[in-house]
Design a protein around this ligand. Structure first.
Ligand code: GLN
Length: 308
């Protein structure tokens, strides 16, 4: 009989060590609804193929997944378009902040990668062309891969972002001027704001990431959703672009493909081995969770679950 290591004590220890960092950094308030979140929240969840889900802290409390949603929309668009996707969006790290417009002009409206806002807007546009109600299809897909039926949008957060989303609106209009958005700008923006407003817990996010851990299949869905080589491509983009202009530093310190969101979540995945999600709302200068990044660093060093 094989015994499964209980990782809970290690996760608890990591949270204890990073807790002082929750007092530093800044909770995102450029989306006013997000500014109300309690900076003391701190949770972590680990999924292992042969061990199930291990949790510590506020791992079962839902938060705004924000840009972590870009992993799921990328998977959906990749499934529909295959490699034709790369004609609409690149796969190079941008080295610029997530909401930067600067490269779009010289790149003629083709965003550098699907994880900066500009790229995610193009991906949302693709989904608007592929589905009658793209936002509902995104929600349905996330419910399906996580096996959790009551995951939902937070309409207040979506509305708050729509009311203050001047930069995303500028970006979408700019991309449209190059012909790289097909649907009406407002439809794309509404889809994007809604996908970002979806709320999930760390435990639910690692369950959704089983799809990547298991190379395109999941216990909750009978069909194969991605091929193993597509999974490697998605996770390689997470490694190089998932934490924006801090992706090099994340690879150096942590060594895990990861996607962050301004709600304070970071989802990390190693295909074949594990998924790890951490949540702490206060962000560093790049918009990545400060305590969350440090928690991933401590855990990867101690557990040896790095891709390097
Ligand atoms: N909804 C946020 C925005 O568009 C997502 C950004 C993020 O999580 N990095 O600004």
């Amino acid at each position: 009989m094989t015994t499964v290591t209980d990782f809970t004590p290690m996760l608890q220890q990591v949270l204890e060590e990073v807790r002082p960092l929750t007092l530093q950094g800044k909770v995102a308030d450029y989306i006013p609804e997000l500014g109300h979140v309690d900076r003391n929240k701190l949770g972590i969840a680990l999924y292992l193929p042969d061990g199930g889900v291990f949790c510590a802290g506020d791992a079962h409390e839902r938060f705004s997944i924000q840009s972590i949603s870009k992993v799921f929309t990328l998977i959906m668009a990749y499934r529909r378009l295959g490699d034709a996707l790369w004609q609409r969006v690149g796969r190079e790290p941008s080295g610029t902040p997530f909401n930067s417009l600067i490269q779009l002009e010289t790149d003629l409206g083709i965003p550098r990668n699907p994880f900066i806002n500009a790229g995610a807007l193009v991906v949302s546009d693709i989904l608007c062309s592929q589905y009658v109600n793209a936002h509902l299809s995104i929600l349905e897909f996330i419910r399906q891969i996580s096996g959790v039926d009551d995951i939902n949008f937070n309409t207040r957060v979506a509305r708050s972002e729509a009311q203050h989303g001047y930069r995303n609106a500028a970006m979408a209009n700019f991309i449209k001027s190059f012909g790289n958005l097909k649907a009406p700008v407002d439809d794309v923006l509404q889809t994007y704001f809604r996908q970002c407003s979806i709320e999930m817990s760390c435990a639910e996010l690692v369950r959704a990431a089983q799809l990547l851990v298991h190379y395109g299949t999941t216990p909750d869905v009978s069909e194969t959703l991605l091929t193993p080589s597509e999974v490697r491509r998605v996770t390689s983009i997470m490694l190089t672009c998932g934490t924006y202009d801090a992706a090099g530093d994340f690879a150096f310190r942590i060594g895990l493909p990861a996607k962050s969101g301004v709600g304070g979540g970071i989802l990390a995945v190693v295909p074949g081995r594990m998924a790890l999600c951490v949540w702490s709302p206060a962000l560093d200068y790049h918009g990545n969770s400060l305590a969350g990044g440090r928690a991933l660093e401590l855990f990867s060093a101690r557990s040896g679950f790095s891709v390097f």
